[in-house]
Ligand binder design. Structure first.
Ligand code: SF4
Length: 77
């Protein structure tokens, strides 16, 4: 469990997504896909318990278009 008492905020530069699907394989509750395979952000404010999962998804993105920030907007990944 994350030591943070709040959940992260997730942002995706969807117009730069390559449709690899890596993010949704790692964190399917947070990332989905539209009919063409481009990322759709399902949950921009996941619970703190999902922080490690979304950071793993961020690491898995080949184009580094996923941002994970704290309540002050500072990067967590
Ligand atoms: S991992 Fe990155 S490039 Fe791949 S679908 Fe997710 S946002 Fe798009």
């Amino acid at each position: 469990m994350s030591p943070l008492g709040f959940g992260p905020t997730v942002r995706v530069l969807a117009d730069q997504c390559a449709g690899s699907g890596a993010c949704r394989r790692v964190a399917p509750e947070v990332f989905g896909a539209d009919g063409r395979g481009w990322v759709v952000l399902l949950d921009p404010h996941p619970a703190a318990e999902r922080l490690d999962q979304v950071l793993d998804a961020q690491d898995a993105c080949p184009l580094a278009v996923i941002e994970v920030v704290d309540e002050n907007g500072d990067p967590l990944g």
